[in-house]
Design a protein around this ligand. Structure first.
Ligand SMILES: Nc1ncnc2c1ncn2[C@@H]1O[C@H](COP(=O)(O)OP(=O)(O)OP(=O)(O)O)[C@@H](O)[C@H]1O
Ligand SMILES: [Mg+2]
Length: 251
């Protein structure tokens, strides 16, 4: 049987095997990821926790085609990234969405125009109904009333929600989120993570999210814990009562 196939016979969204990563060269070389193995099925919401410096962002950026692989294998939707051509990586990035803490909105563009940038990344900005697609994405994050606002007229939470709309407007198959709620209050944070949960339920979108915010762990199917570049715990939420242990991991 092909190991890349899941129990149900479908190709996993993410399959990582023996992934290592070093920063620096020569004597300054430091290994920050050690033989990471990880399989995530389509439609799963997985939260990555662990102390600062444990390698969460490094792992996310490697899996998300934002950093070159050194050693090991990462397969996204069945496609091996290690050794893949630049064209393959560009095609793959179009199938992904990213939500990062620093929202990187363009200051001179309105909310709608910023969200349209998300369609451009997906090669879909020429869609005749791009306005409807952007409007729908902004409505999803409760910003349907602020389509023509420039970022300077939006609060921090609203800007982050525009960035979420931008990440989701192209219907990505996998969404990578690095501390998406860090700049948000509880209510706005909840809107964002529940939206991701709904996407997973309704469209089989796969979500891999790093967070230090233990209030949102309940939206996950699985919680993976990292320490010093190793995966030290990987369990589904029904087995895992959200313990002091995990809260400590997020401290
Ligand atoms: N560009 C870089 N050059 C050198 N070392 C780096 C670089 N980026 C990260 N590191 C180191 O790699 C290790 C893992 O960093 P990473 O950013 O992945 O941690 P993290 O788990 O995301 O932490 P945090 O919770 O603080 O965001 C850290 O020791 C960090 O100092
Ligand atoms: Mg990080």
């Amino acid at each position: 049987m092909n190991n890349s196939l899941s129990r149900t016979g479908s190709v996993p969204a993410i399959a990582v095997q023996g992934l290592c990563h070093d920063f620096g060269t020569g004597e300054a070389k430091v290994r920050v990821l050690h033989e990471v193995d990880l399989t995530i099925q389509r439609g799963e919401v997985v939260i990555l926790v662990g102390p600062s410096g444990s390698g969460k962002t490094t792992l996310l950026t490697l899996i998300g085609c934002l950093r070159s692989l050194q050693t090991g294998s990462v397969k996204l939707l069945g496609q091996e990234l290690n050794g893949a051509s630049p064209a393959t990586l560009i095609d793959m990035r179009r199938r992904l969405g990213f939500i990062i803490q620093a929202h990187n909105l363009h200051k001179s563009l309105t909310a709608m125009q910023n969200v349209r940038m998300g369609l451009e990344v997906h090669g879909a900005a020429g869609l005749t109904n791009w306005q409807a697609a952007c409007q729908q994405a902004l409505s999803l994050v409760n910003l349907g009333e602020r389509l023509d606002f420039l970022p300077e007229k939006l609060s921090g939470g609203q800007k982050q929600r525009v960035a979420v709309a931008r990440a989701l407007v192209g219907n990505p198959e996998i969404v990578f989120a690095d501390e998406p709620t860090a700049a948000l209050d509880r209510e706005n944070g909840r809107v964002v993570v529940e939206l991701l949960r709904d996407l997973a339920n309704q469209r089989q979108t796969t979500v891999l999210m790093v967070t230090h915010d233990h209030r949102i762990l309940d939206v996950a199917d699985r919680i993976i814990k990292m320490e010093e570049g190793h995966v030290v715990d990987d369990r589904s939420i029904d087995e895992s009562i959200i313990t002091t242990d995990l809260e400590e991991a997020n401290a």
